[in-house]
Each structure stands twice: as C-alpha cells, then as structure tokens.
Design a protein around this ligand. Structure first.
Ligand SMILES: Cc1cc2nc3c(=O)[nH]c(=O)nc-3n(C[C@H](O)[C@H](O)[C@H](O)COP(=O)(O)OP(=O)(O)OC[C@H]3O[C@@H](n4cnc5c(N)ncnc54)[C@H](O)[C@@H]3O)c2cc1C
Length: 242
C-alpha cells in the first residue's frame, strides 16, 4: 500500500443520531409535580411558554442537572489523536473509536493552519496565545509535515515486512487522525463545553487547546439547533454546567 499523505487543518464533527429537545427537559422536570401527564407536552418546543422557559432557567441557574440528562446525541468526530486524548477524559460519555490493531491507519495528519496562534504566554491554567512570526509559521508547517511523512514511511515499511499493525503503529505521531462516535446527553455536553471553549461571559473561564475547542464549537452549534432554549439559558447563566 502506498497511500498519498493527506494534510488537514480542520476537524470533522457531525451529529449522526439524536433525540434531544427543550421539551425533553420539561417533561422530566415536571414529573415531580404533575406525574405522567408531562409526556403529553414532551417535544413541544415551538409552543414553549414563558413559564416553560422560566422552569428551564430555574433548573440551569440553581444547578438542578438531572432533567438535562433525558436526551441523547451521537457525534461522529475525526480529529488528531492528541485531541482524542483530551476528549476521552470526559468520562460521562460513550465512545467507540477506530482501531489501529484491526486496520491500517490512514495517512491523514494534522498541520496547524497559518492563522493558528503559535506563541504561548502566561502561566499554566491561564495561557494566552499570540500569532507566530512568518518564520515560526513556516517552521511549524515544515517540521510537522516532515515528521509525519517520515513516521508514516517507517510504519509502512514495517507493515510491508509483515509486522503486526499493533506494533508498527508505535512510530506514528499524535497528529495522525482518528475517528470515533461519541454519545453524550445535554448535561455532560454542557460540562464538556464549559471546559473546552473559551467564551466571554463564562463564570469560570477555561483555556482549552485550540484543536479540541474547534470540535466543541461545532458540537455546540449542532446542539443549539436541537435545544435552542437550553443552549441560550446555558449561556445566559454563565455557561456553568448544571
Ligand atoms: C484547560 C484544561 C486543562 C487540563 N489539563 C490537564 C492536565 O494537565 N492533566 C490532566 O490529567 N488533565 C487535565 N485536564 C483534564 C481534566 O482534569 C478533566 O479530566 C477533564 O476536563 C474532564 O472533566 P470532567 O471530569 O468534569 O468530565 P467527566 O469525566 O465527563 O465528568 C463529568 C462530571 O461527572 C462527575 N464525575 C465524573 N467522574 C467522577 C468521579 N470519579 N468522582 C466524582 N465525580 C465524578 C464530576 O462532577 C464531573 O465534573 C484538563 C482539562 C482542561 C479543560
């Protein structure tokens, strides 16, 4: 196999399955006061009344988190392995990832886009990033491309010699792409978003690596299309996961 090496500067995030609406929050919350009649209102997003918004706002503000768990979103993600390492620290989610033991990994490698900020200033936990000089930008592209080509060549030579994939992959770098399905509910997604996006107005600002933030941005867009009121009130309440 002599695949062309692909360099990418993006991530892929698609919502492949979901059952998620603002109504799902309301029906779960109201069982405490009106029992099973709440099912009749489930999913009734277009007609959400002021009082319904008020209830979601109360749940969000006072951190009554469990009504935000009665929904499900499955995302398909393609991103470099260094992003997956961070992603999979979020334990309240379900993951299935492609295997480097059962298939040959595709030669797709991440290289930062020229506009990606390269210089880090500040202290751990509160870094600021600034644009690189033209020389730094060129150096980063050259070194990352060169290392990727070199590593994939070594990987392929071992495979061609009959070495097992699980052994040959040991030379591959963290910027090789992987793919996975990840399933979360809105509560765990809000926790993920509060930590993996830096958004003005956050009560507890976080300073994530840019590449996982690119995944989080797209996930938030897809989620907000399905649960617009919950997403809006998450923002209005300082992006604190309930
Ligand atoms: C900017 C940034 C820098 C980071 N730097 C590092 C680092 O240097 N080193 C490092 O190792 N990690 C680091 N992390 C990862 C971080 O420590 C968390 O592992 C990650 O953010 C997942 O958060 P979580 O535990 O809230 O998510 P989840 O695992 O999805 O958990 C969600 C929530 O469930 C509850 N929960 C889950 N498991 C338990 C449990 N066992 N006991 C009690 N409650 C539980 C908690 O309330 C938790 O907030 C960093 C994360 C960020 C955002």
């Amino acid at each position: 196999m002599n695949d062309e090496i692909e360099f990418r500067s993006d991530v892929t995030v698609e919502l492949v399955r979901s059952q998620a609406s603002d109504g799902d929050v309301l029906f779960a919350a109201r069982v405490s006061t009106i029992g099973e009649q709440t099912l009749e209102r489930a999913g009734d997003d277009e007609e959400l009344e002021k009082r319904d918004r008020g209830l979601i706002n109360f749940l969000m503000r006072d951190r009554h988190g469990t009504p935000f768990e009665h929904n499900s979103m499955t995302f398909y993600v393609q991103a470099p392995i260094f992003v997956f390492r961070e992603f999979q620290r979020h334990r309240i989610a379900s993951y299935n990832e492609e295997s480097g033991r059962y298939r040959q990994l595709r030669p797709a490698f991440y290289v930062p886009a020229p506009e990606r900020r390269l210089r880090q200033e500040g202290r751990p936990g509160k870094y600021e990033f600034h644009p690189g000089t033209p020389e730094q930008t060129a150096l980063v592209a050259e070194e990352i491309r060169g290392a990727s080509v070199e590593a994939y060549g070594r990987y392929q030579r071992m495979l061609d010699a009959g070495v097992a994939r699980e052994v040959a992959r040991m030379v591959l770098p963290l910027n090789i792409y992987s793919s996975m399905y990840v399933t979360m509910n809105a509560r765990s997604l809000m926790n993920f978003l509060s930590l993996r996006r830096l958004v003005e107005g956050s009560a507890f600002p976080s300073f994530p690596q840019r590449e996982i933030e690119m995944c989080a941005e797209r996930m938030e867009e897809l989620w907000a299309e399905r649960m617009p009121i919950t997403a809006e009130l998450f923002n209005r309440n300082g992006r604190v996961a309930p």
